[in-house]
Design a protein around this ligand. Structure first.
Ligand code: ADP
Length: 407
């Protein structure tokens, strides 16, 4: 089945057209800087040359139209007719406690996603815009919402409750939700394909290290804890997000700098993390180069990042009372031998031993074991594919909805 996967940010629309039968990517791309003076449009049809153009794209509806025009244009020979696209899968960041699985989008689902805007003010509004725009562009196709939070619904109360008055949880649903669920799900499933052990008996730690980063403890195939919390701000140090901090720092800053709340929000979400620590860049590749050239603050940013990863790995080994495998994925996890090495170094006490050669020579884009043969815990690089998870879920739900109007 041909499924169009849509991932909308505040000024961008990413897309991926996937054939779920053989799991192949047909064409992917994005429209960036929507609403700016000029927008950037990129298309990557499989096996053909990449296209990059600048255009004027005012809003998400125009971006969707631009994408569909490209996919349906007879000269590009990608999709013959709009009716060949049988489902649209939408990445939705926050499903609050309402969505434990992917769902067919109707007015009630849209209203529920809107209700969750309070919980994810940066992410859910553009996700909703993307849904509206895509439903307008492809009105006769089933649209399915796939939530970043859904995989984490198995986390037990002892891990999702914060140490604050329980009334606040009941009244405002303040709890740990967790994100990157589709990625943690996908890489753990790739690992299960390699092993003979029953999934029920496995303990896995998945490290999604990209611009946004989170770690997930997966026991018996289910998420039992994760580093992101009420929002994607907590946990690891990220490109521009602070990760865990002592909440008292906020009170202190309000007093010392007389900062309004909106500035605090921007400080922790957009000016902290690797960017804030290094004072130079949010991008790990750039930091590694500068650190090698002797920049002390870039080195410190890398050290803080890796130390946090290591702490979470250690704590999840304790949570699960053991671990079979640590999986590294996303931009940094898949591509940086240095960060992987620094994140698991000096953990021999826990039975973790990296094989330096395997780690340094892991081919990009391939699932590779990088632990030493005598490591008690296996370590793998596993390329993630969140879009495929979204496409497969959307195809399943579209098929079911074709059979029953009650789905
Ligand atoms: P997101 O999808 O969250 O925007 P990605 O998963 O694409 O992020 O990861 C982006 C991060 O991966 C950036 O910090 C980038 O520098 C880093 N990255 C990509 N390739 C490498 C590499 N070879 N070495 C180190 N970091 C890398």
């Amino acid at each position: 089945m041909l499924v169009l996967v849509i991932n909308c940010g505040s000024s961008s629309v990413k897309y991926d057209l996937i054939n779920t039968e053989d799991e192949s990517g047909i064409c992917r791309g994005m429209v960036e800087r929507i609403g700016a003076v000029t927008s950037i449009v990129k298309h990557e049809p499989a096996g053909q040359k990449k296209i990059k153009e600048t255009k004027i794209i005012q809003n998400h509806t125009e971006a969707l139209r631009e994408i569909l025009n490209f996919l349906l244009s007879p000269e590009n020979k990608i999709v013959a007719a709009a009716s060949d696209i049988k489902a649209v899968g939408h990445r939705v960041v926050h499903g609050s406690d309402m969505f434990k699985d992917s769902v067919l989008i109707d007015d009630d689902v849209k209203a529920a996603i809107e209700q969750a805007i309070d919980l994810a003010p940066l992410h859910n509004p553009p996700n909703l815009k993307g849904i509206e725009a895509a439903m307008e562009a492809l009105p006769d196709v089933p649209h399915v919402a796939v939530f970043d939070t859904a995989f984490h619904h198995s986390i037990p109360a002892k891990a999702y409750l914060y140490g604050i008055p329980n009334r606040l949880y009941r009244r405002y649903k303040i709890r740990r939700y967790g994100f990157h669920g589709t990625s943690h799900y996908y890489v753990s499933r790739q690992y299960y394909k390699l092993i003979l052990k029953e999934v029920k008996a496995t303990k896995v730690i998945s490290c999604h290290l990209g611009n946004g980063a989170s770690i997930c403890a997966i026991k018996g195939g289910k998420s039992v804890d994760t580093s992101m919390g009420f929002t994607p701000l907590s946990g690891l140090v990220m490109g521009t997000r602070s990760g865990d901090i002592d909440p008292s720092i906020l009170f202190y800053l309000v007093e010392k700098e007389e900062l309004p709340l909106s500035n605090l929000h921007a400080l922790l979400n957009r000016h902290s993390g690797l960017l804030g620590l290094s004072g130079f860049a949010a991008d790990m590749r750039e930091l590694i180069i500068e650190a090698e050239n002797g920049d002390r603050r870039c080195q410190q940013a890398i050290d803080v990042f890796c130390y946090k990863v290591k702490q979470y790995i250690g704590s999840y080994i304790a949570s699960m009372n053991g671990c079979d495998a640590i999986l590294f994925t996303a931009g940094i996890g898949e591509n940086s031998p240095l960060i992987r090495q620094q994140s698991v170094k000096q953990m021999e006490f826990l039975g973790i031993k990296l094989d330096e050669d395997r780690n340094n020579n892991a081919p990009p884009g391939e699932l590779t074991r990088i632990s030493a043969d005598d490591s008690k815990i296996d370590i793998y690089v596993v390329p993630t594919n969140e879009e495929l998870v979204i496409a497969i879920d959307a195809a399943k739900i579209a098929q079911a909805s074709a059979q029953s109007p009650w789905i």
